[in-house]
Ligand binder design. Structure first.
Ligand SMILES: Cc1cc2nc3c(=O)[nH]c(=O)nc-3n(C[C@H](O)[C@H](O)[C@H](O)COP(=O)(O)OP(=O)(O)OC[C@H]3O[C@@H](n4cnc5c(N)ncnc54)[C@H](O)[C@@H]3O)c2cc1C
Length: 383
């Protein structure tokens, strides 16, 4: 494994860094969060830089980029805020999943609408009674010949309430047992009659917003089925490893920016006639944090590299997701201590980091679920 970046990768990293500086520095991301807005220029900016088409093959209208390049972009966007990174990851991953299993017409739609940034995708798996146990989902889609009739409720659909959005929704088309069978993926237009999308009030992640989607006798045309009917569990899993790699890329960027912010503060703020960064208790804590961040970054790069070699990174991706998210949460907690009263003010970027970091060990699969996967790869059977 090569730890260095190629010239092209370094250029991409720099482009993403410059994009954040110009378009969405952390103070701007914080304001978007407070105002609950997703500025269109963010998504068009991603599309103009070719990032939504990056991983697709040249024949499919893409640029043939791989997991390492995508993780580099996620890391730089994470420096603005993890929510900003999600504006990229949350569209790209479902686009790749849909594209992989799509009909030729659906593939064309992804090329013309999603890769260009005109339209976006959100994902709905979770429900009020099923989160970690995703396969226990119940939202019913009954085959009615030329359409499916949907009834049920989805929770936590990130960005489901944004304009020009289609929801990639996992629904039950078959019996509830065995639970991994009988699941299908449908592309649901949230403006259809019978769909009610409500923003869920949350502590953070307000740029995209998380939504509750209620479905009452919703008629979804048959041509919105993606992949095999009743066989979508493997569709759902098909990009899970890449998703974890990109999430951890975002966490690493956010954690590094958090450390950089507290470090700068600790070099300026004085107490008892010294810079506070000179107090060994704080200096050691920040040194330990840099070790944590570098560990998370290396785990992310390793998992990305494995995917780029065509290898599975089920265990390594879970390790990266676990370490990255916990490192960001630890970083923000330490940042609050270092910045003390100044951090506690909701005017500080640190308070924003603190709010949004808490959910990273929950969304995208909780830390316990990552540990279960890692333990299973060690021959254990955790319950
Ligand atoms: C901000 C945010 C954005 C989200 N975005 C989306 C989205 O876009 N689309 C979507 O479909 N979902 C989304 N989710 C849902 C997310 O995937 C779930 O919240 C997550 O999987 C956990 O499910 P839960 O909240 O129902 O918790 P539960 O599954 O009820 O878990 C509760 C607790 O029990 C623990 N637990 C559960 N099972 C086990 C086990 N087997 N072993 C050990 N511990 C266990 C969990 O780790 C947790 O601590 C989002 C959630 C949040 C908060």
């Amino acid at each position: 494994m090569d730890f260095g970046l190629t010239d092209e990768q370094e250029m991409l990293r720099k482009t993403a860094q410059d994009f954040v500086t110009k378009t969405c520095p952390p103070e701007t991301a914080k304001r978007w969060d407070e105002e609950s807005v997703l500025p269109p220029e963010l998504l068009t900016g991603f599309a103009d830089l070719g990032w939504f088409s990056l991983p697709f093959s040249v024949e499919d209208g893409g640029e043939g980029g791989g997991p390492i390049e995508l993780a580099l972009i996620a890391e730089q966007l994470g420096r603005a805020s993890f929510d900003v990174a999600m504006c990229f990851i949350g569209v790209l991953i479902p686009a790749m999943t849909v594209h992989r299993w799509a009909s030729p017409e659906q593939r064309q739609w992804v090329r013309e609408e999603i890769m260009t940034g005109k339209h976006r995708l959100a994902v709905a798996i979770s429900e009020p009674d099923s989160g970690s146990d995703a396969a226990a989902l119940r939202t019913a889609a009954v085959d009615q010949g030329d359409h499916y009739l949907l009834n049920g409720q989805k929770m936590w659909c990130t960005g489901g309430g944004q304009p020009n959005t289609t929801i990639a929704m996992y629904v039950r088309t078959g019996p509830r047992e065995p639970k991994h069978k009988g699941i299908s993926l449908l592309l649901v237009d949230p403006t259809l009659e019978g769909v009610d999308v409500r923003r869920t009030p949350t502590l953070a992640r307000h740029i995209l917003g998380t939504t509750e989607v209620t479905l009452t006798d919703v008629r979804v045309p048959k041509d919105r089925l993606v992949g095999p009917q009743d066989g979508a569990w493997k569709v759902l899993l098909s990009n899970l490893e890449l998703e974890r790699v990109l999430l951890s890329g975002g966490y690493v960027g956010a954690a590094q920016a958090t450390l950089d912010e507290m470090l700068q503060y600790s070099k300026e703020r004085e107490a008892f006639g010294r810079k506070i960064g000179e107090f060994q208790s704080l200096a050691h804590a920040m040194a330990d944090l840099q070790v944590e961040i570098d560990s998370a970054r290396l785990l992310t790069r390793r998992a990305a590299w494995m995917l780029a070699q065509g290898m599975s990174c089920s265990r390594e991706g879970a390790m990266a997701k676990l370490k990255g998210s916990e490192t960001y949460a630890n970083a923000a907690r330490l940042g609050m201590q270092v910045m003390a009263g100044h951090g506690f003010s909701t005017e500080s970027v640190m308070s924003f980091r603190y709010r949004e970091s808490i959910v990273t060990t929950i969304s995208g699969g909780t830390s316990q679920i990552q540990r279960n996967g890692i333990a299973r790869s060690m021959g254990l059977r955790p319950y």
